[in-house]
Write a protein that binds this ligand. Structure first.
Ligand SMILES: Nc1ncnc2c1ncn2[C@@H]1O[C@H](COP(=O)(O)OP(=O)(O)OC[C@H]2O[C@@H]([n+]3cccc(C(=O)O)c3)[C@H](O)[C@@H]2O)[C@@H](O)[C@H]1O
Ligand SMILES: Nc1ncnc2c1ncn2[C@@H]1O[C@H](COP(=O)(O)OP(=O)(O)OP(=O)(O)O)[C@@H](O)[C@H]1O
Length: 280
């Protein structure tokens, strides 16, 4: 499926889900990253500007440029974008959980607590205003379990849940191009395309470093193995034919597929997503 076709299919599914659930409005955590930016554009296309509520939730490791990018996106879309800091609630959790967590709230527990603080804030707004929370996860992250259970896995519907991260970027480029061709400004700021994807849950965190693989390679492995049912040896052989080292490539493919299998439990707890056959 072409990126713009994917974009339109995800947007239509989002609109159908929200209306079908009896809601008019949605709330989205705007991180300044690509996933939440594209979901916000889709929501505006599906539901209209006044029905989309963005919230910036900066934490201890959020960069100033993330806030700038989130604000620029909201301004381009003409949507409301409130700011709710998670620093105070996170510090409270550091205080109350430190002893019970072995002296201090650190490492993975500290990272995931930030994602869960954001979820608590977003769900409070959902309950207070009757806005449905949109999930911003994609299929690459879901395969690898690269998300926080009961944190950023929250939400009623995941418009990007059926597409891999490289296609999220392709859809975003296509949607911006459509705007420019119509004489409008592309809604997603240029900086969102060029900065490395990051969860910003610890200092200098970058997705591809944490995952141990770049998204382009990860997605090629997942599409070949998961979508097209190719055997691990066949998937590795394609990459080796391009000049990659044989043993390391086999280990990489096996590792990705083992992690995908091990994270089935997390995918089972994630929200529904568009059912379109994106990769046939
Ligand atoms: N088989 C099984 N069946 C049912 N539950 C199972 C389970 N195995 C583990 N669990 C449970 O799952 C827990 C581990 O899951 P979880 O708490 O989520 O933690 P975990 O998967 O270990 O960590 C989440 C990772 O995602 C990253 N992240 C978070 C947020 C956003 C993004 C992003 O860029 O989008 C990335 C974060 O930096 C971290 O590396 C275990 O403590 C256990 O309670
Ligand atoms: N500082 C933040 N302000 C508001 N929402 C946030 C913030 N950080 C994370 N979120 C929410 O949690 C989701 C997962 O965030 P994270 O940055 O960890 O992952 P991501 O997959 O790289 O997403 P994105 O590409 O949107 O940044 C985001 O898409 C967003 O909805």
């Amino acid at each position: 499926m072409e990126p713009l076709e994917m974009y339109d299919a995800c947007t239509a599914a989002l609109g159908d889900f929200v209306r079908g659930a009896g809601f008019t409005d949605v709330v989205i955590g705007l991180s300044g990253g690509m996933d939440s930016s594209l979901v916000a554009v889709m929501a505006v296309d599906a539901l209209g500007t006044d029905s989309v509520h963005g919230v910036m939730l900066p934490g201890p490791y959020s960069s100033e440029s993330s806030l700038t990018d989130a604000r620029a996106l909201a301004a381009n879309l003409g949507i409301a974008a409130d700011t709710v800091s998670i620093c105070e609630p996170f510090e409270a959790f550091e205080t109350v959980l430190g002893r019970a967590c072995g002296g201090e709230l650190a490492g993975l527990a500290a990272e995931n607590t930030q994602a869960r603080c954001r979820m608590v804030c977003l769900m409070a707004l959902s309950n207070a205003h009757g806005w449905l929370l949109l999930n911003t996860g994609n299929k690459s992250e879901a395969a690898m379990g690269y998300s926080t259970l009961y944190g950023d896995t929250a939400g009623a519907f995941a418009p990007l849940g059926g597409v891999y991260k490289t296609d999220v970027f392709a859809m975003a480029r296509a949607r911006n191009r459509r705007a420019v061709e119509a004489g409008d400004v592309g809604p997603i700021p240029v900086n969102v395309f060029v900065k490395p994807p990051s969860a910003e849950l610890s200092p200098d965190q970058e997705d591809e470093k944490s995952l141990g693989i770049d998204y382009a390679t990860l997605d090629r492995i997942l599409v070949a193995a998961v979508e097209h049912g190719r055997a691990p040896e066949a998937v590795a052989a394609v990459l080796v034919a391009e000049g990659r080292e044989t043993e390391a490539t086999r280990r990489l493919v096996d590792d990705v597929l083992a992690r995908t299998a091990a994270n089935a439990f997390k995918r089972a707890l994630e929200p529904p997503y568009p059912a379109a056959a994106f990769y046939e």
